[in-house]
Design a binder for this molecule. Structure first.
Ligand SMILES: [Zn+2]
Length: 440
């Protein structure tokens, strides 16, 4: 349910169209901020975009610099002198490369972002706590990234022409396992989770009315509260996990600070992701997209080697410094294919918005008003720019803009005569006019 923000460098990209990426101009904007907040939101949006583009360009520049200066080759030579074991050489070289990228680019960019969010009052996380999270992220990057690149080099050595295919096949169980264990092993490293029913039984009760309409059982054991308020003032909820570990998580900021009906809209949106199997679809498309991405990376890396290999003194991709060429090709393709993955993500988000609005019909007095109010609350909490550039939305947003979501919600009423709901046929209950749900 997150508000829109630029996707990460590592976004896996695929092919698709978006249902709602277009910026919707309106004479009277449905989502708006007071002038001082609007100015601050614009500055934040510019900063976020600058960091997003800056990180991508800096990563490309650093990798090119390593190759052009001969530094990659010299470090590879030094590492090769330190051990005769190929796997140990690869681990040392890859770890040094990842630490360099993280220390020179990702960490400073995130520090700037954190500082801006602190000043804007969106983040409340202390710098020591932020540093602890960064240390964990770096550790995870090494634990995951090093074996991945060691495997890539080993496959390039064994099968120079089909390494991309074997690597893709090996990645499938890893991607599925990662999605499975994410909510149980990784997410608790960064935040505290507890059953939603422990502290918000009334919310669970109200939520079950929405769940009952969906026809898909989502037991309270799959609803969790995340203690986000120690780090951030923004609102959010999300779905994560796979199969038996799939769950709906709502932040305590959302559960404690948003009005009751608006919380139900956000939870109904997550129900949409859950019921429509968006995570499974995302994984499937991600795996197929990875196949295309790896094949293109392999082709581009060979092309780069043919063009510049002599200058870089690199003869093959399975050498240590050859991995830098592979990484350069991968980063370049990730950047170019970023809008594809984000377009698919926005399409899923729009579908979940439609689902939520239909699911709430008969449960809240006016789903259109409730949805618009929820988007206003979300936008205010995250200081979202009310008028983002359409090209920026298309290229970098993994959610539609808040303005376009609010605009769609205000005009979407499939229950009027001649309307055609996409997911529900008829309401099962109708509240008394003006009755709001009594959560707190
Ligand atoms: Zn969503």
């Amino acid at each position: 349910m997150k508000p829109p923000h630029p996707g990460s460098l590592a976004t896996t990209c695929l092919a698709a169209l978006t249902l709602c990426c277009a910026h919707t101009a309106s004479a009277a904007p449905l989502y708006s901020l007071a002038p001082p907040q609007a100015a601050l939101a614009r500055r934040l949006a510019h900063l976020q975009l600058g960091l997003h583009v800056g990180v991508e360009l800096a990563a490309l520049a650093l990798l090119i610099l390593l190759l052009e200066s001969g530094l990659a080759q010299r470090v590879a030579h030094a590492v090769a002198q330190s051990s005769s074991r190929a796997w140990l050489q690869t681990i040392l070289f890859v770890a040094a490369l990842l630490l360099l990228l993280n220390g020179c680019i990702l960490l400073p960019a995130d520090a700037i972002r954190h500082s801006a969010l602190l000043q804007a009052g969106i983040s409340v996380q202390s710098w020591p706590a932020w540093l602890r999270d960064q240390a964990l992220i770096t550790l995870l990057m090494l634990v995951v990234g090093t074996p991945v690149l060691v495997l890539a080099r080993w496959l390039l050595t064994r099968s120079p022409r089909r390494a991309w295919l074997w690597f893709w096949l090996a990645s499938i169980p890893v991607i599925l396992a990662a999605a499975f264990v994410l909510p149980q092993l990784v997410e608790p490293l960064f935040n505290h989770f507890e059953p939603l029913a422990d502290s918000h039984p009334q919310l669970v009760k109200q939520f079950q009315r929405v769940v009952a309409r969906t026809g898909t059982p989502i037991p309270p054991q799959r609803m969790f509260l995340m203690r986000a308020s120690s780090k951030v003032n923004g609102f959010n909820a999300y779905v994560s996990g796979l199969g038996p570990t799939q769950r709906i998580v709502v932040w305590d900021t959302t559960a404690d600070r948003m009005p009751a009906d608006e919380i139900l809209f956000i939870l109904a949106h997550e129900c949409g992701h859950y019921v429509l199997h968006h995570l499974l679809w995302g994984l499937t498309l991600g795996i197929l997209g990875t196949l295309l991405l790896l094949w293109l990376t392999f082709l581009l890396a060979h092309r780069l080697l043919r063009l510049r290999g002599h200058r870089w003194r690199i003869q093959s991709l399975d050498s240590l410094s050859g991995l830098v060429v592979v990484l350069l090709a991968l980063v370049l393709l990730e950047i170019l294919s970023e809008p594809i993955g984000n377009s698919i993500s926005r399409a899923f988000e729009h579908q979940a918005d439609v689902y939520a609005q239909e699911a709430l019909h008969g449960i809240v007095p006016d789903p259109q008003t409730t949805a618009v109010a929820a988007f206003q609350q979300l936008g205010q909490a995250w200081l979202e720019d009310p008028n983002p550039n359409p090209l920026v939305v298309f290229w970098t947003f993994d959610h539609p803009s808040i303005q376009s979501r609010a605009n769609f919600a205000a005009h979407y009423n499939p229950w009027i005569a001649g309307g055609h709901p996409r997911f529900f046929s008829a309401p099962q209950e109708t509240p008394a006019a003006g009755t709001r749900n009594p959560l707190h």
